[in-house]
Design a protein around this ligand. Structure first.
Ligand code: PMP
Length: 406
């Protein structure tokens, strides 16, 4: 039995008020709240077990190293990666995708080579590829979504030409909630020799993810959306792709030996982790992932599916609301606009007065907004601790906004 009240009681912030109203936190797509176990783990690590990692021979350094390094295995288990050495720690998805752009694509791509992106990518999965376009003449090819927000895997595969070097696609859209069939895309792409990078930032929060089953070459995740600390994250990189990569950041930890005229790199994955890392952030992420796995990703997915269905039903009763992204199996992420009722920013300000936290704007998805013909939307994004009663509060707050502006 999924006990949402028990889960809620694990997150101290959920019992606070905002503007004298109980907090209804529906901005999980931007960042999720943290359970007490994660907060305690951070405090414990700094209070009792802190030191720099990898370089000391003293007790605390070894302890911190063990705690930190153990998270590689936790992430590998969470993603079902075959080998924990395929997990590179990052500060988040943005760093992970930049690592692939600088470390793998830049040294291997030629002018005229093509990268395929979907129109619903987050800027984190667009701008690093623009760097390649600007700096070395790589061509970006865009694949649209249909009016429901679905991405047809075949449309992605049809965009492949002999010059295609990479498909980079999100697993779940942070604006529309669309779930992309990345397994079908990967199978079709690999049949033509094209590698696939998946932006898993949103997907891993809402559903079980199995990178071995998907078969992709790169899968990036970010810790702060996973109920873990900001500044933590990871990217799964297939061993064969790691072998084709050169380091992106240079510095301590990623080297074995440095002389005046030579440098010998550390083995992967540490070769790609320069400098003092987010030690405690990563330890906190490990605790967050264990917390999620303890509840069960299938159970979280089922709970959020029921919230999604209830939200769809309640929003359908408001004929002045437009929802962007209407695929039936989407994640519980709702981008909405209101007929003749103010700008998304004004609506979110009114919702905030009712204690309802949502996000307004472009959600770092400029090309998608252009495709949708919207300047901004109001986004309610759900997490494992949200309830149907909170959906009701959202609807009441939207009705208030509509009354005020209509
Ligand atoms: N991709 C998607 C789909 C996202 O939702 C986000 C976060 N909004 C990112 C990438 C970037 O994540 P981060 O800022 O943590 O690097």
């Amino acid at each position: 039995m999924y006990d949402v009240n028990k889960i809620r009681s694990d997150f101290p912030i959920l019992s606070r008020t905002v503007n004298d109203k109980p907090l209804v936190y529906l901005d999980n797509g931007a960042s999720a709240q943290k359970p007490q176990v994660v907060i305690d783990a951070i405090s414990h690590a700094y209070s009792h077990e802190y030191s720099n990692v990898h370089r000391g021979l003293h007790y605390l350094s070894n302890l911190a190293t063990d705690n930190y390094e153990s998270v590689r295995g936790i992430i590998a288990k969470f993603l079902n990666a075959g080998d924990e050495d395929e997990i590179v720690f990052t500060s988040g998805t943005t760093e992970g995708i930049n690592l692939v752009a600088y470390g793998w694509a830049m040294p291997n791509f030629e002018p005229g080579d093509e990268i395929i992106l979907s129109v619903m990518e987050h800027h984190a999965n667009i701008v690093p590829w623009h760097f390649l376009r600007e700096r070395q003449g790589v061509v970006i090819k865009w694949v649209d979504v249909d009016p429901s927000g679905a991405l047809d895997p075949q449309a992605v595969l049809d965009a492949i030409t002999p010059k295609t070097r990479l498909i980079a696609v999100t697993h779940v859209s942070n604006v529309l909630g669309t779930v992309v069939d990345v397994k079908a895309i990967t199978a079709g792409a690999h049949a033509k020799g094209v590698p696939v990078l998946v932006d898993g930032s949103q997907a891993v929060v809402h559903m079980p993810v199995d990178v071995a089953d998907i078969g992709c070459d790169f899968y990036a995740i970010t810790g702060h959306k996973l109920y873990g600390p900001s500044g933590s994250g990871a990217i799964y990189i297939k061993k064969s792709r790691m072998a084709q990569m050169r380091p992106f950041l240079g510095g301590g930890d990623m080297i074995r030996e440095v002389t005046k005229d030579n440098v010998i790199y550390n083995d992967a994955p540490m070769k790609f982790e320069a400098g003092t890392p987010g030690i405690v952030q990563t330890i906190g992420l490990g605790v967050a992932l264990n917390y999620m796995m303890g509840i069960g990703m299938e159970n979280i997915a089922a709970h959020e599916a029921s919230l999604r269905d209830y939200t769809v039903e309640r929003l359908a009763g408001l004929n002045w609301v437009q929802v962007q992204g209407t695929t039936p199996d989407k994640a519980a992420i709702f981008s909405i606009t209101l007929d003749g009722a103010g700008h998304a920013h004004d609506i979110s300000t009114i919702l905030d007065k009712k204690g309802v936290a949502v996000r307004a704007g472009q959600h770092c998805c400029g090309p998608l907004m252009q495709h949708l013909g919207q300047t901004a939307t109001c986004r309610a994004s759900f997490g494992m601790y949200n309830t149907k009663a909170e959906v009701d509060t959202l609807i009441e707050a939207l009705e208030l906004a509509h009354d005020l502006f209509a």
